[in-house]
Design a protein around this ligand. Structure first.
Ligand code: PLP
Length: 407
């Protein structure tokens, strides 16, 4: 059953695959009860922005959900796809961009297309599954460095350089902008300090940074003032854009090469028109309404500083992603989560071993621009009560408290 499937009997429908119902917002329904939701990557609150909903609905009414029919290369090209790409490229200060149907698949194809057997990859140990799966297709060498450890990073570059001296290939470094699980950022500046010495190119996955980080929301590379040194920028529509799809931005000749080689795009149908036209509306809002991002950060600061003042351990987050670490076993973790949901009406996600070390419970909160300061205050007080119970040993016995829906 695998690392998660082994818990299917106990957790299905509650800890895994829970059904949140109602309008996507800070308040939704879970198993019939109202909950305050901190589990949606709807950072800017665009999922239920009236202009976004209208743009999506109008485009669906005009074109249907299936248009355009066919892959971009064959029959799925439109002026809207091209316009969105140009707008994304401009926003990222890159020459060109190309749309991807899903971030996950797109990233695997970017990696596959950029590399040949002579090239070497140096990548961060905490890289997202889409990066790791892209690397599975790479038949050349790869070297991993411990998360953000610049000393070990340089060691791996030395190894990589030895290989490329033999093969004549290039070195590609891959990191994330924001690490979505614990919220810290890739040390882009530290990485780029070594760029000239080792002559590598840098690809960043900024799924969680696009729209949330940097002065204009252009992402972690803008935040760290290194936009022009990132060779290939990847962002997804699944988080700040509250949509589906993704994009890659870079110099023209690289985008041209990706356009003609990314198998996930060449052999798959084009991104549907409502998503493309809806994304143009989302980009317009992101560009013209910086107050939306500012509101997100008001909530982020209130939540993170409020939790820290109460002594909670938020690890090393530098982004809206707000992990809260407790000590306890997985049984205690499930009871904490159930108590929060059932008795306090607070819905957040839980992460346990093997994603975090044994004995650590991580609850993950995703603040958004549609949360309120009252939501923050209420949640901090619920967390304080739950921590008190945890410290008093009130959780951790009696097994997992709720039965599964399905298995
Ligand atoms: C870091 C990172 N990369 C890529 C993806 C995949 O993006 P998508 O949901 O668009 O497939 C995600 C989303 O879960 C992510 O967090």
């Amino acid at each position: 059953m695998g690392p998660l499937g082994q818990f299917a009997d106990a957790g299905y429908g509650y800890y895994f695959f829970p059904k949140l119902e109602g309008e996507i917002s800070n308040r939704m329904k879970f198993r019939g009860r109202d909950v305050l939701v901190w589990s949606l990557n709807n950072y800017l609150g665009l999922a239920n922005h009236p202009e976004v909903r209208k743009a999506d609905a109008d485009a669906a009414a005009k074109y249907g959900m299936g248009s355009p029919m066919g892959a971009r290369m064959m029959s799925g090209q439109t002026v809207y796809h091209e316009q969105l790409e140009q707008e994304l490229a401009d926003f990222e200060h890159k020459e060109a961009a190309y749309l991807l149907n899903f971030g996950y698949m797109g990233m695997t194809s970017i990696i596959d297309s950029l590399l040949d057997r002579n090239d070497v990859v140096v990548y961060d140990s905490d890289a997202h599954a889409c990066i790791l799966d892209g690397l599975r297709m790479h038949i050349g060498k790869r070297f991993v460095y411990p998360h953000n450890n610049m000393e070990k990073f340089e060691h791996q570059l030395i190894h990589a350089q030895k290989v490329t001296a033999q093969t004549g290939g290039g070195i590609l470094v891959i990191t994330e902008g924001v690490y979505g699980m614990v919220g810290d950022c890739g040390d882009l500046k530290g990485i780029l300090r070594l760029k000239e010495k080792y002559g590598f190119r840098l690809l960043i996955d900024d799924a969680h940074g696009f729209g949330t980080m940097g002065k204009t929301g252009a992402g972690t590379s803008e935040e760290q003032d290194v936009m022009d040194q990132v060779d290939v920028y990847f962002g997804t529509f699944a988080k700040s854009m509250a949509g589906i799809g993704a994009f890659v931005a870079s110099e023209k000749r690289i985008i041209k090469s990706l356009t003609f080689n990314m198998r996930s795009q060449i052999y798959a149908k084009s991104l549907p028109m409502p998503m493309v036209i809806g994304s143009l509306k989302r980009m317009e809002l992101i560009r013209n309404h910086p107050e939306i991002k500012d509101k997100l950060w008001v909530i982020v600061h209130a939540l993170q500083s409020g939790l820290k003042e109460k002594g909670f351990n938020l690890g090393r987050t530098q982004s809206p992603v707000t992990p809260v670490f407790f000590e306890g076993d997985p049984t205690a973790a499930t009871q904490v989560v159930a108590d929060l949901r059932e008795n306090y009406g607070v819905f957040c996600s839980m992460v346990v071993y093997p994603v975090v070390p044994k004995g650590v419970i991580m609850l993950r909160l995703i603040p958004t621009a549609v949360h309120t300061l009252e939501d923050v205050e209420y949640t901090i007080s619920a967390f304080s009560e739950v921590r008190k119970k945890l410290d008093e040993g009130k959780y951790g016995t009696g097994g997992i408290p709720l039965v599964a829906d399905k298995y």
